[in-house]
Design a protein around this ligand. Structure first.
Ligand SMILES: [Zn+2]
Length: 523
């Protein structure tokens, strides 16, 4: 058995490395050559995972391994899980890949139109943040939804094909397959979502009521007349400025990368090597977002970012390095397949560090804004943080509820389902008589299916870790003991331990919304 695992690792390791390098290069510079290389390495990697003979050997080995070595059993389990979604009929696999790519391309090419002019997403967001003109806001919001109408039929078709794939593998639908394949228990997920709903419904309603009063004043209408375009984000997935604290003046002229470096140094976590290999500042033809990638599972960890001197980018730098220190923290003796993370736990680490950019202690000790000023900001910082968590949690309830319904029946009246969920969880009503596939305007539904709940789990676990580090080390900022706890209990086991057991081990308690509930009560 152990030789089969070793053979599979030997085959996957170079393909993964090539795919990661190609991914890095195309994001650093989007040339045709880099794009071709990326598609090529992606295909080679997915072909290896689709190998039926290897998959059959892995399945038989898992059964035969019975009471074998746990470290071999765990690698076989991960290998089977990586390969399973690729074990579908070749023609179905290629139809799904092609349609996904076509829809993704349509999203990149599509531009909404405002007053006869094509606009990009940044312009739409700018109007929704800044404009006091309700008619202009309405046009911007409607423009943000037109992509939905253009891709909706294809997104439904993707859901049908994904269901067909899931059923051919013995699962009820794609929703069930995705969760099972990600070590997520569906019953537990639904219970957690309903716990989140209960913990946030009242504070969210209270916070939104106050927000609506302020928005009513700003737009000169009654709070009951507010429409979806009066919120600062097309999906109301982020808290509007009315509910947050503007810290940007404190970041102006600061060395954001240096601050991030000092943050990790103070916690005893080494990031100099990551920063050396990284590509951190804006440049033409470079990806505009940010990510962290573990290129070789052997210490080559890099961050791509477009840093400017504001709070958002400081949060992002800390976030990406929070992924990076996790990847550098794996136990040296772990075999290749186990030098990996579950999305929930790595996202929790990233969110834990990212949030420091709005944390009183960090502002005082790392940004050095002065104790008096930090103390004066404290209450507002905590309520801004609570508002962010509330808005995000309610939004994930919409997304997850919708995807559950989509895969349960792709033929159902999805337009109505979407607005029912938005009204219930976000307390936003649809504009009168609106009939449109607004759900399809969210790119994740098309190209990152059944994924959104991992962000919510990540933020629940981050809140748990924060509480447990406060209890064990007094906090995180400038506390190497906290860094040591994270390395020993969360990072070093890699994927050798299931994510839910890792959460319990690292935070001292199983996944629970208690810490999140406490954090949102500060709103
Ligand atoms: Zn992340």
């Amino acid at each position: 058995m152990s030789s089969l695992v070793a053979v599979a690792e030997e085959r996957l390791e170079p393909l993964t490395l090539a795919r990661n390098v190609a991914w890095w290069e195309v994001n650093v510079e989007a040339t045709e050559e880099n794009e071709r290389r990326r598609a090529e390495t992606e295909l080679e990697y997915s072909d290896a995972l689709a190998d039926r003979e290897l998959f059959g050997d892995v399945e038989r080995a898992r059964i035969g391994n019975g009471n074998g070595e746990p470290i071999v059993a765990r690698r076989l389990e991960l290998l089977q899980r990586m390969m399973l979604p690729h074990q579908i009929e070749d023609s179905l696999r290629s139809r799904i890949v092609q349609l996904e790519a076509a829809v993704e391309a349509r999203f990149s090419r599509h531009r909404g139109v405002i007053r006869g002019e094509e606009v990009d997403d940044n312009e739409i967001k700018r109007i929704l943040r800044e404009s006091d003109d309700s008619a202009e806001r309405r046009e911007a919001w409607e423009a943000s939804k037109t992509v939905g109408a253009s891709v909706a039929d294809d997104v439904r078709e993707l859901a049908r094909m994904r269901n067909e794939a899931a059923r051919s593998l013995g699962y009820r639908d794609w929703f069930a397959l995705s969760l099972a394949n990600d070590e997520m228990d569906e019953g537990k997920l639904l219970q957690t979502l309903s716990d989140c709903d209960r913990a946030t419904a009242e504070p969210f309603a209270r916070w939104k009521n106050a927000l609506d009063m302020r928005l009513g004043e700003r737009f000169g209408c009654d709070a009951s007349e507010l429409c979806p375009w009066h919120y600062a984000d097309p999906f109301f997935q982020e808290a509007p400025v009315e509910g947050s604290v503007d810290l940007d003046p404190h970041f102006k002229g600061k060395d954001v990368v240096g601050l991030a470096g000092r943050t990790f140094e103070g916690i005893g976590l080494e990031v100099a090597g990551i920063l050396d290999r990284s590509d951190l500042f804006p440049r033409a033809a470079k990806c505009q977002h940010a990510f962290c990638i573990d290129v070789d599972r052997g210490g080559d960890v890099r961050v791509l970012a477009n840093v400017t001197d504001n709070q958002d980018w400081t949060d992002t730098m800390l976030h990406e390095l929070g992924h990076g220190v996790y990847d550098l923290g794996f136990d040296e003796d772990l075999p290749w397949l186990l030098r990996d993370t579950h999305l929930v736990t790595t996202e929790a680490s990233a969110l834990l560090f990212g949030a420091l950019a709005g944390d009183r202690e960090w502002l005082e000790r790392v940004l050095e804004i002065g104790a008096g000023e930090a103390a004066a900001l404290d209450g507002r910082l905590r309520s801004a943080r609570a508002a962010e968590l509330l808005v995000f949690t309610r939004w994930v309830l919409v997304m997850t509820g919708f995807e559950q319904a989509l895969y349960a029946d792709p033929e159902s009246d999805l337009d109505t389902t979407w607005w029912d969920l938005v009204a219930r969880h976000q307390l936003v009503s649809p504009p009168d008589s609106r009939r449109a596939p607004d759900w399809a305007a969210k790119i994740h539904v098309a190209v990152a299916p059944v994924y959104y709940h991992t962000y919510l789990y990540g933020s629940i676990v981050a809140a748990q870790l924060r509480d447990s580090l406060t209890a064990a080390a007094g906090g995180l900022v400038e506390r190497p003991e906290a860094g040591k706890i994270l390395v020993d209990k969360l990072f070093s086991p890699g994927a050798s331990v299931r994510w839910d057991r890792l959460v319990e081990q690292a935070s001292g308690s199983p996944l629970s919304v208690e810490s999140l509930a406490r954090a949102v009560a500060a709103v």
